[in-house]
Design a protein around this ligand. Structure first.
Ligand code: ADP
Length: 976
């Protein structure tokens, strides 16, 4: 089914192509714009090529058939049937061969696809120009061999044919291809420019040839008008010759005239008609009259003159027996033609034939051209003379009435001289033919025979002569049909037309060329833009993907570098892409990674030293990178030429620096092999970006190394700190244990120390009081010292033990409601004796207050302060105040004693510190009282102690303790 449809589809297309070819051809033939035998624009040629390009070689068949029909039609009637068919078939074969070859060549050069460049466009036009000669050549050849075309017209016909085919193909095919590819292909631009170029060429050629055609028409018109003048002149010359002959004939019809009279009359005629070679009179003589008439005739030398016949060779022979003779009696001019006198006109067949016709018709008749005795060609015209012609005008003329013939010899060369020669100067081809017998035309005169040879086959030559532009005129002269054929010698056209022709060709073709260049230039720039966009897109995509990978990548450095150079090589389409690193002293470049695209392999380890290539290193260290389009001659890379560039066939290099923290550490090197390459701006930018990514990769690597080192150092430090902390904790624990041991030791020692001391104090006191008997003064003094020292020691031990207990956390605090006034009075009582001893006054202003505190410890503190106030005062009054502030009791003990200087204030509250004064020696003290007081105040009573003092003015010590302390306070786990 499909096959049937396929076959019938092809059949339909074939029929459509044949019909289109035939119709367009017929229309073009009807328009008939052409020179020679061809048309100036032959659109069918384009249709044929288009059909074969679109539907394959099978389309040559319909083209062949349609072309056969067209050529048959054009030449029908001008050739015999067999010749006509031959001409049509072979010409059509040429017409069909042409599109076959053209489509083959176009397809082979891939010119049936969108044209990409100006060179391709030029090749397209050239291919069609060359291919178009096929049909023109075969067609012209056929026409000339079949005698349809004159040989001198073959050039112009061929040219017109070729131009016609070329114009037709250039008009149709590019349009077809543009249309065909406009849908399937995005780049219809190129085909559009091709069709514009094609139409431009076709239009130019056609216009030029139309100019030529118009010029040709005007030339032909001019040729015809001048040729008809020639014809007219010849007609006149012939008419004049007849009328001159008539005047001689009229003089002779009835009277006998002498030779002298004849000569006189004839000279007059001959003198004004140069066409006539001679005029003669040949009377009709019977044999008897011949004797009478010629009996006395003599020549100039008095020899008797006899009439004669001419034999077949033209030699005079004695008269043959006959019933009548027409010997030439008079001839003028006599001197030149004397030899002809006596010639019997009937003896030469050509003359006799003319004479017989003249006698029958009674009108002047011309003979066939004959050879004059001198050698030139001539025509004889003979006019019969009848006796008393005017009297019996309408009577039938009889032989008896015929007196003879007046004859005139028209010499062809003279006729030509007079009528044709003036025009021969114009380089025309002129032929004068005797066409009386059409089958055997006779050439009377020809000029320009080098162009159309009049040969043995005169009829063929004649038909060839009559092809193409020519003029012909027929003359009826004395019963003979003469034909004048004139052909223009050249059809080069006028100078102005030539100028216009070449002007159009040059302007049109150069305009088309410029237009094509412009269009292709635009196309190219558009394509370059498009290519750049594509490249930029690809480069951006690559950069984006590399960046992404870079961010998420934990891959090793070398793998990352391999990925970078491979991607770069593929994106920039270079053979080799590599990363080189400078060594520490920047004197050697070592290849870290090199990728070779064609082998898809990585290499490492090459090196280049600065000693060998100082200029190259200088360019690198310069830090801006460079693009060497011609690396083998570029001053920056020429040093690498023999050792590196030539062995690897590298022609272009694009280097970008790799940096780390601003320093050049290496180079990203792109190496192109093959023909020189121009590195485009976008490629350089892309390479720079890759250089930056490489730099980033190196920086990331070094940062990662640094981070790793830091991390390890931190871990080490942490471990050490942990170790040290543990050591400290152990040491602290040990110290705490030791401290506790010490305090325990002291606490436990206190009892052991105090018991014997109390015994010493008690017994020495008893002894001093004299209870054990009177003492010697010396004994008493020494014993008192023992007593005092023991008391001092007891106080010291008591304080030390108290402090130790507090510090060791062994003191238990017992909070209870305490009457402040009672407590103060009780304590004052303890120092009363000492105060009174020193005569110190007392002011006590205590608000009634019950507070919760440790009675024993508060008493201890107050006692300490009061005893100090007494001890370090020599006069004045003791003042004791109390007030309440923010839930705290402020208890002030003020004296007017020696006071404390600001510098010594720092030593206050320090253990074993006693401040220098004149009272220090005579006042007993341990230097622990204030220290202990503060310890009790802060550590046990949750309070504080302050002092303000002036030297010589006195001191104020203030206890600050909470009225209600926080109940649950732990001292080393012991609840207070
Ligand atoms: P001491 O047993 O020597 O009195 P303290 O610790 O009680 O030890 O006092 C320390 C020192 O502070 C005393 O030696 C004394 O010089 C000075 N001092 C204490 N109270 C007063 C005061 N009310 N006036 C002047 N100096 C004082």
């Amino acid at each position: 089914m499909f096959q049937i449809w396929g076959v019938s589809r092809h059949l339909l297309i074939a029929i459509a192509v044949a019909a289109l070819y035939f119709v367009v051809s017929s229309l073009t033939v009807m328009l008939n714009i052409g020179i020679g035998g061809a048309n100036l624009v032959w659109i069918p040629a384009g249709i044929a090529v288009a059909a074969v390009l679109l539907h394959g070689n099978r389309m040559t068949l319909p083209v062949f058939l349609a072309a056969s029909a067209i050529h048959y039609m054009i030449h029908a009637g001008s050739l015999p049937q067999a010749q006509l068919v031959l001409l049509a078939v072979i010409t059509a074969a040429g017409t069909a061969l042409q599109p076959y070859l053209l489509s083959f060549w176009l397809k082979r050069q891939k010119l049936d696809a969108p044209i990409q460049s100006f060179t391709q466009c030029l090749r397209f036009v050239l291919t069609i120009s060359v291919g178009s000669v096929v049909s023109a050549s075969i067609g012209s050849l056929m026409q000339i061999t079949q005698d349809v075309l004159a040989s001198e017209d073959v050039g112009v016909t061929w040219l017109t044919w070729w131009v016609g085919d070329l114009s037709g193909i250039l008009t149709v095919v590019p349009l077809l291809l543009a249309f065909r590819h406009s849908k399937s292909h995005q780049r219809s631009w190129s085909m559009l420019s091709l069709s514009i170029t094609g139409i431009g060429c076709a239009f130019t050629l056609t216009s030029a040839f139309i100019v030529k055609h118009l010029d040709h028409i005007s030339q032909a018109r001019e040729f015809h008008s001048s040729s008809s003048v020639i014809g007219e002149v010849m007609q006149r010359a012939l008419d004049l010759s007849l009328s001159d002959l008539r005047s001689v004939q009229m003089a002779l019809y009835d009277i006998e005239i002498s030779n002298a009279e004849f000569q006189e009359m004839s000279i007059d005629v001959l003198s004004h008609n140069p066409v006539l070679r001679s005029v003669s009179w040949a009377p009709r003589l019977t044999p008897s009259q011949l004797l009478l008439d010629w009996g006395n005739a003599t020549n100039d030398d008095n020899t008797p003159r006899r009439p004669f016949d001419l034999d077949n060779e033209g030699n005079p022979v004695p008269l043959a027996e006959a019933t009548e003779y027409f010997p030439l009696r008079f001839i003028a001019p006599e001197t030149e033609s004397r030899a002809a006198i006596g010639l019997n006109l009937l003896s030469t067949p050509k003359r006799r034939e003319a004479l017989e016709r003249a006698r029958q018709l009674g009108r002047p008749q011309a003979s066939e051209a004959f050879q004059l005795i001198e050698g030139s060609m001539a025509i004889g015209v003979y006019w019969p003379v009848y006796r008393n012609e005017f009297r019996h005008q309408h009577k039938e003329r009889t032989t008896l009435d015929l007196r003879g013939f007046v004859g005139a010899t028209i010499e062809i060369s003279r006729l030509a001289d007079q009528t044709l020669k003036p025009f021969i100067a114009n380089h025309r081809g002129l032929w004068l033919l005797d066409m009386t017998r059409p089958a055997q035309p006779q050439v009377l005169f020809q000029n320009g025979s080098h162009r159309v040879a009049i040969d043995a086959n005169l009829a063929t030559s004649l038909s060839r002569l009559r092809k193409g532009l020519h003029f012909e005129r027929q003359f009826d002269f004395g019963g003979r049909t003469l034909l004048l054929v004139i052909r223009p010698d050249q059809t080069n056209g006028s100078l102005q037309a030539q100028g216009q022709f070449w002007g159009i060709i040059i302007i049109g073709l150069s305009g088309t060329l410029l237009m094509a260049l412009y269009l292709f230039g635009r196309q190219r720039s558009e394509e370059e833009l498009r290519a750049r966009d594509t490249r930029l897109l690809a480069q951006n995509a690559v950069l984006a993907s590399l960046n992404k990978e870079e961010l998420s990548d934990r891959t090793p450095l070398d793998e990352k570098l391999r990925q970078l150079i491979k991607t770069t090589a593929e994106t920039l389409d270079v053979e080799r892409c590599s990363i080189w690193l400078l060594d520490s002293d920047k004197q050697t470049l070592v290849c870290r990674q090199l990728y070779t695209t064609s082998r898809q392999r990585y290499e490492t380890g090459l090196s280049i030293s600065a000693q060998d290539c100082p200029q190259y290193f200088a360019s690198l260290v310069d830090g801006r990178g460079f693009a060497a389009d011609r690396a083998q001659t570029d001053p920056r890379t020429v040093e690498l030429r023999d050792s590196y560039l030539i062995p690897h066939n590298i022609t272009a290099i694009l280097d970008v620096p790799i940096r780390s923290e601003g320093d050049i550490i290496g180079v990203l090197c792109n190496e192109h092999i093959g023909p020189p390459r121009v590195w485009l701006a976008d490629e350089q930018t892309f390479a720079s970006s890759i250089g930056d990514l490489s730099s980033l990769a190196f920086e990331t690597e070094s940062r990662r190394n640094a981070e790793q080192a830091l991390r390890e150092a931190n871990q080490l430090l942490e471990k050490r700190i942990e170790e040290r902390t543990e050591d400290l904790r152990v040491a602290n624990e040990r110290l705490r244990q030791l401290d506790q041991l010490k305090s325990m030791f002291i606490a436990s020692m206190s009892h052991e120390l105090r018991t014997p001391l109390n015994s010493i104090i008690g017994f020495s006191g008893v002894i001093l009081q004299g209870m054990s008997g009177p003492l010697q003064p010396k004994q008493e003094e020494q014993l008192r010292r023992v007593y005092n020292s023991a008391r001092h020691l007891l106080a010291l031990i008591t304080d030390v033990i108290d402090i130790s207990k507090i510090e060791a956390g062994y003191v238990e605090v017992y909070f209870e409601p305490v009457e402040l006034q009672a407590l103060v009075e009780e304590t004052l009582g303890q120092v009363q004796a000492m105060r009174e001893e020193k005569h110190l006054g007392l002011e006590c202003r205590i608000d009634p207050l019950t507070l919760t505190t440790d009675r024993k410890r508060l008493t201890q503190c107050l006692l300490n302060l009061l005893s100090n106030a007494v001890k370090y005062s020599e006069q004045g009054t003791l003042r004791i105040n109390s007030r309440i502030e923010e839930g705290h009791l402020l208890l002030e003990v003020a004296d007017e004693g020696i006071g404390i200087s600001a510098t010594q204030m720092e030593k206050l509250f320090q253990p074993f510190e006693r401040i220098d004064s004149h009272l220090r020696i005579k006042t007993p003290g341990t230097g622990l009282g204030l220290y202990l007081t503060r310890k009790i105040c802060t550590d046990l009573l949750q309070g504080d102690i302050f002092v303000r003092s002036q030297v010589g003015q006195g001191s104020v010590f203030t206890l600050r303790i909470p009225i209600t302390p926080q109940c649950a306070i732990k001292h080393d786990g012991v609840e207070a």
